[in-house]
Design a protein around this ligand. Structure first.
Ligand SMILES: [Fe+2]
Ligand SMILES: [Fe+2]
Length: 313
């Protein structure tokens, strides 16, 4: 059954008064969440997808007001939406509660699956905080982090067991959605690191600008051993990119809270995915966000990762 869906990521919705300035690859525009949300609703309505997928960091930080603003806009999209939490959605109980209420989750696990548009989507929660004790926690604890006991972010072991069990029983084309990416290039030709910091080498490994997902290699092996998984979608890095590894397409979608303010449209034909990249109509935000001297226009990605035709093996 063919279908069309939109993939968005890292909206980081912040309710007014939002006066906190920020930067990452470019300037972030929290204070313009309302404008971003309205432009998102307009673009989704014009592309008329069957459903929308959100790759996490729905909220800037998950206060009650930010969650309410996020839901207000997601409910206006005019079609069903599904999503996975990002690290910014784990700082207060409100973010995960939003996912419980929206997707009927039980409050103990935030991984779930949905069969939509002829595809099986696995939403795998990879934003548990792992401590040096070996334990992992669904909520961010600043005290623990400041004391150096948090070693990183990844899935809870029980979620990987769930995914493995479900994949064993799946024989329909499947897509995995995570916040942090499962597969990416070894190096990137960055212009500057986040916050405009200089790059020391021409080709820079991701380890220089972002922490790896805890358990990523184990998850990659699970995917490699399963022929049902056709594609994986992620956000978190706030860049557009795509790589193919062992017959699986891995797609990263840039952030809606900063340059270049884009979404992906995915058309599933039954045996292939045809992906195009579309801009929100927010030229003024693009101008405010882009920091010319940092030269990070590259986050948009080259043509080959913006328009993709991927045929299943
Ligand atoms: Fe983010
Ligand atoms: Fe993130």
């Amino acid at each position: 059954m063919p279908c069309r869906f939109i993939v968005i990521s890292d909206t980081h919705f912040v309710a007014p008064p939002a006066d906190r300035e920020g930067t990452w690859w470019n300037r972030t525009t929290h204070r313009y969440s309302q404008k971003m949300g309205e432009a998102l609703v307009e673009l989704v309505s014009s592309l008329a997808p069957d459903f929308v997928i959100h790759c996490g960091d729905l909220t800037g930080w998950d206060s009650k007001a930010n969650c309410e603003l996020s839901i207000e806009f997601m409910d206006k999209l005019g079609c069903p939406w599904y999503g996975t939490p990002g690290n910014h959605d784990t700082q207060h109980p409100h973010g995960r509660e939003l996912f419980n209420e929206t997707f009927g989750l039980n409050g103990r696990t935030w991984s779930y699956l949905r069969d939509v548009g002829g595809l099986r989507f696995f939403f795998l929660d990879v934003v548990h905080w792992h401590a040096d004790s070996g334990e992992s926690f669904p909520f961010y604890d600043m005290e623990q982090d400041n004391s150096g006991r948090i070693v990183g972010m990844g899935y809870a072991e029980c979620d990987l067991v769930w995914l493995e069990r479900e994949l064993e029983q799946t024989n329909r084309p499947s897509v995995i959605v995570t916040h942090a990416p499962i597969c990416f290039r070894d190096t990137y030709p960055l212009k500057t690191l986040p916050y405009g910091k200089p790059v020391m080498r021409k080709m820079t490994p991701p380890s220089e600008f972002i922490n790896d997902m805890i358990g990523r290699k184990k998850l990659s092996e699970l995917i490699r051993g399963n022929s049902s998984v056709k594609a994986c979608f992620a956000g978190h890095w706030h860049i557009n990119d795509a790589v193919v590894s062992d017959g699986v397409l891995y797609v990263m979608t840039g952030a809606l809270r900063e340059f270049p303010y884009e979404v992906r449209l995915v058309e599933y034909t039954g045996s292939s995915l045809c992906i195009s990249t579309h801009s929100l109509n927010v030229p003024e935000l693009r101008e405010i966000s882009f920091v010319k001297e940092w030269n990070n226009e590259w986050v948009k990605g080259e043509q080959d990762v913006r328009n993709i035709i991927f045929t299943f093996l």
